[in-house]
Design a protein around this ligand. Structure first.
Ligand code: COA
Length: 195
């Protein structure tokens, strides 16, 4: 892991105008069967930009800002609650579509990606930590859930996610069924500040 971080870096919610850059980054990060379609990206950025976070670098030349470049993103929606009230909702193939249930207390993360040339600099950790902190303090929901390839489980555990079990819905899809997917959950707890 290198400690050299990109200059002029910032995180902001993604909006519809970012859809093309998000789509390009999905293509770099995921094989075709796992990446979000342009339609799903447009839907998520239009309906719940507060759950879609982008990591950008500013392109600065001689003190002048020339533009910005998306180098990482996370896409989330609120997924429908479980029909069994004793169990939290988890990501299903249906929830990966154009689905956002504003009344739900569970945020499902559909995508986390960092551009290959910026990986292993702690940037996914930074983006996820920022996301968790913002959602916790804004009381957007009670928990975040994600499905993770087994090798990435220790990475998400370091950020406070816990493994709940194998996701059986997603593994029924032949495109996803090639590897084991784990359901993971991170409860959102509001930080208290002293006056
Ligand atoms: C997974 C991903 C987001 C991590 O981004 P990153 O900025 O490099 O992550 P960080 O620098 O914060 O943390 C790096 C850690 O991630 C874990 N990690 C990353 N890729 C991994 C992989 N293929 N297998 C196992 N662990 C991996 C390791 O624990 C690594 O720590 P290490 O360098 O000490 O081994 C990035 O590799 C990526 O975009 N991959 C393609 C898309 C993807 O698979 N997304 C996750 C599923 S939604």
């Amino acid at each position: 892991m290198t400690s050299t971080l990109p200059l002029h870096m910032y995180i902001r919610p993604l909006i519809s105008e970012d859809a093309q850059s998000v789509s390009e980054l999905e293509t770099k990060g995921f094989p075709p069967e796992e990446r979000a379609s342009p339609e799903n990206i447009q839907f998520r950025l239009a309906v719940c930009p507060e759950l879609c976070s982008g990591l950008f670098i500013r392109d600065v030349e001689g003190g002048e800002v020339k533009g910005e470049k998306l180098i990482g993103h996370m896409l989330g929606t609120k997924i429908p609650e479980s029909t069994d009230a004793s169990k939290p909702a988890f990501i299903t193939r249906a929830a990966m579509g154009k689905v956002h249930d504003e009344s739900s207390t569970t945020v499902g993360i559909h995508s986390v990606v960092i551009a290959p040339e910026y990986q292993k600099k702690n940037l996914a950790t930074l983006l996820l930590t920022d996301y968790i902190q913002k959602l916790s303090n804004q009381e957007v929901g009670q928990r975040i859930v994600i499905i993770a390839h087994e090798p990435l489980v220790p990475f998400y555990e370091r950020i406070g996610f816990q493994v709940v079990g194998e996701n059986e819905d997603v593994s029924q899809d032949p495109a996803f069924g090639k590897s084991k997917w784990c359901d993971m959950v991170r409860e959102l707890v509001k930080e208290e500040y002293d006056n």
